[in-house]
Design a binder for this molecule. Structure first.
Ligand code: PLP
Length: 404
């Protein structure tokens, strides 16, 4: 009998953060090994509890969450997001411009499905959060990767972006604060990106899921505040700052040149209605989260757990010869560089797999983020300082004896 094959639509669709190396880690766990997972930005398993008032509110509202809501989601939650937009000075956002989803992930896929015809292009950063590339390709589009420049705090290279624009380019993805680099973009840079989008008639897709996870003097400037005459679709949610990744609760806000996007917005509404609505209990978390005590602020100041863990991880990395890392000013990741003149690495996925097998620590290879070379990897700095330091020291020992 013929084998049952997956759809050709999945060619070019790849999400290697949960790829073959993770499968191997699960097998090792089944054999009884303890694996330290530095691979996924999932705060709860590392003891980052969600604010209790949110949990209590969701419990209280569970009996009200039995039915479907409107396709765009619960009115009170969307109203709270609308007020949040006012607070951060994103103008002109109405209740109808807000869609709730099962995490930002669902809405990212929807935003691409509703827009792209076969062969349309979207500018996606390299390195990227790989869902973006996968979502573009799944929708029949083509992700064109623009370089972020490690020498300039990982800021996007404007000339490289410009050189990749064609008559098929429909939009540009901007991830700020960035995963995996931790870069937080300046107002000047954001204004240049808006100007470029204006000149080439591009939609801006602003992934701002880390907007409240900032260190040192980093300031977050929402794209929607600057892109008032350009169509801007912004993504955010409860997974990171509110440590509720398992609730699958995110949102998408449409701002700027909405009047030119009626057909696209109709497409989004159609896709939202086909899946009826997002998970309703989690929608009850939104209003309390946005309006309540912002406990994330305690974690990111000096002495706060996240910020101290970042510093401990940076310090341990600095002790490895031939490894360097730009200091992240946002999010929860490090994206260090390995000097390939010193270490012979040809295939970074194999390197990460070998490290897993030898040291039982799980990292993600840089190429999983559509980075073109085998010279980077990503660490999640969610574990406690001791665990992080031990894991990074082990990586240094591993590298010193590793050669492919
Ligand atoms: N965007 C970025 C940049 C992310 O890092 C993540 C999760 O890691 C997401 C979107 C997806 O978030 P959600 O849990 O809301 O689907």
């Amino acid at each position: 009998m013929n084998p049952i094959k997956k759809s050709d639509k999945l060619n070019g669709v790849c999400y290697d953060i949960r790829g073959p190396v993770l499968e191997h880690a699960y097998r090792l766990e089944e054999e009884g090994h303890r694996i330290l997972k530095l691979n996924i930005g999932n705060p709860a398993p590392f003891g980052f509890a969600a604010p209790d008032e949110i949990i209590q509110d969701v419990i209280y509202n569970l009996p009200n969450a039995e039915g479907y809501t409107a396709s765009k989601g619960l009115f009170a939650a969307r109203k709270a997001i609308m007020q949040e937009c006012q607070r951060i000075q994103v103008p002109g956002v109405d209740i109808e411009d807000i869609f709730l989803g099962n995490g930002a992930s669902e809405l990212i896929v929807m935003a691409m499905q509703a827009l792209l015809n076969n062969g349309d292009e979207i500018l996606v950063p390299a390195p990227d959060y790989p869902l973006w590339t996968a979502a573009v390709n799944l929708a029949g589009g083509k992700a064109r990767h623009y370089l972020c420049d490690e020498q300039s705090d990982w800021f996007p290279d404007l000339a490289d972006i410009e050189s990749k624009i064609t008559d098929k380019t429909r939009g540009i993805v901007v991830i700020n604060p960035n995963n995996p680099t931790g870069s937080v973009y300046s107002q000047d840079l954001l204004e240049s990106l808006v100007e470029l989008a204006r000149r080439h008639n591009l939609i801006i897709f602003a992934d701002e899921i880390y907007s409240k996870i900032l260190y040192d003097d980093a300031e977050f400037i929402p794209m929607g505040k600057l892109a008032q005459d350009v169509l801007c679709v912004t993504f955010n949610g409860l997974s990171k700052a509110y440590r509720l990744a398992g609730f699958r609760s995110g949102w998408m806000v449409i701002s700027g040149a909405k009047h030119r996007a009626r057909s696209y917005i109709e497409g989004l509404e159609m896709l939202a209605s086909m899946r009826l609505c997002a998970n309703v209990p989690a929608m009850y978390a939104v209003q309390t989260a946005l309006g309540g005590y912002q406990s994330i602020n305690e974690l990111i100041v000096p002495g706060g757990r996240l910020r101290d863990q970042r510093d401990a991880a940076l310090k341990a990395l600095a002790d490895i010869p031939g490894v360097s890392c730009v200091k992240p000013r946002g999010a929860m990741y490090l994206f260090p560089k390995i000097d390939l003149n010193r270490y012979k690495i040809k295939d970074d996925q194999q390197m990460v797999l070998d490290f897993l097998i030898q040291e039982k620590v799980l990292l993600v290879q840089g190429t999983a983020f559509n980075w073109p070379n085998s010279d980077h990897f990503r660490i999640v700095f969610l574990p406690r300082e001791d665990d992080l330091t031990k894991a990074i020291n082990r990586f240094g020992d591993f590298l010193s004896r590793y050669s492919q």
